[in-house]
Design a protein around this ligand. Structure first.
Ligand code: ADP
Ligand code: ADP
Length: 214
């Protein structure tokens, strides 16, 4: 698929990429090479201007979770209400939604912070709450756009392990955009390297053995 923005910027040129269900794939490449554009296309936020995007099985709303680098938690809402939001939007009754959101918070180690507001949490905790929110609907696909880039190294290492544990438990398909070679090797089973703009896939590197976890 290809994507040219309305202002004429060609962001992607014939990107050919297929991802199997349950696979963890990293997209690695320089700034501006079109990694976020790929995620936006996969999320259905825009349509390719050339070629097409095919799904093996149809995806429904709620089948895709999105995590961004910057916190998109609603500052005025408690953590539990933030995490429950996708379930509210899906029409899940509030009681059940609360149970599932609380369960999701336990999974990311934030069981004691249900009633806190986002501003009371550290950057790493906010990211874990964002992961819980993105996964609360049990999506088939999780899109992550440089989620840990703003965090310190130690917090990043912990979050890499948290993300791997969530993936092992829920087996969603993950498409993970990063600048970090370390992170891509540690987390994914395949690294897709995107070349400078207009983005194309220049190499695909399988990571056959799991990286030893600390
Ligand atoms: P990356 O995520 O790899 O940094 P992006 O997908 O954000 O790259 O951007 C790819 C290219 O498309 C860049 O040159 C960027 O400036 C351009 N671009 C991104 N969004 C838009 C937009 N809405 N309009 C025009 N150009 C854009
Ligand atoms: P089921 O397929 O029956 O929903 P799961 O093993 O997926 O069973 O979930 C077990 C429990 O955990 C359920 O209460 C479910 O709502 C909850 N749950 C599943 N995934 C998540 C998640 N990502 N975040 C929070 N709660 C979840």
């Amino acid at each position: 698929m290809s994507l040219t923005y309305p202002n004429g910027t060609c962001a992607l040129d014939s990107v050919d990429l297929s991802v199997a269900e349950g696979e963890f794939v990293s997209l690695l490449g320089p700034s501006g090479c079109g990694k976020s554009t790929i995620l936006r296309l996969v999320a259905g936020l825009m349509e390719p201007t050339g070629g097409q995007l095919n799904w093996l099985r149809p995806v429904a709303r709620g089948d895709i979770g999105f995590v961004f680098q910057e916190s998109t938690l609603m500052p005025w809402a408690r953590i539990i209400d933030n995490v429950r939001l996708p379930l509210d939007l899906a029409g899940v009754p509030k009681g059940e939604g609360n149970d599932r959101a609380a369960d999701g918070l336990v999974r990311v180690g934030l069981g004691d912070f249900q009633k806190a507001f986002p501003a009371e949490l550290s950057g790493g905790m906010k990211m874990r709450a964002s992961l819980a929110r993105a996964l609360v609907t049990n999506p088939r696909l999780l899109l992550l756009d440089e989620p840990f880039a703003a965090l310190d190294e130690i917090t990043r290492l912990k979050l890499n392990d948290d993300l791997l544990s969530l993936w092992e438990a829920q087996r969603f398909t993950a498409l993970f955009v990063t600048h970090s070679v370390f992170e891509s090797v540690y987390l994914s089973g395949r690294i897709v390297i995107v070349g400078p703009r207009p983005g194309r896939v220049v190499a695909e590197v399988p990571v056959p053995l799991p990286f030893p976890r600390g």
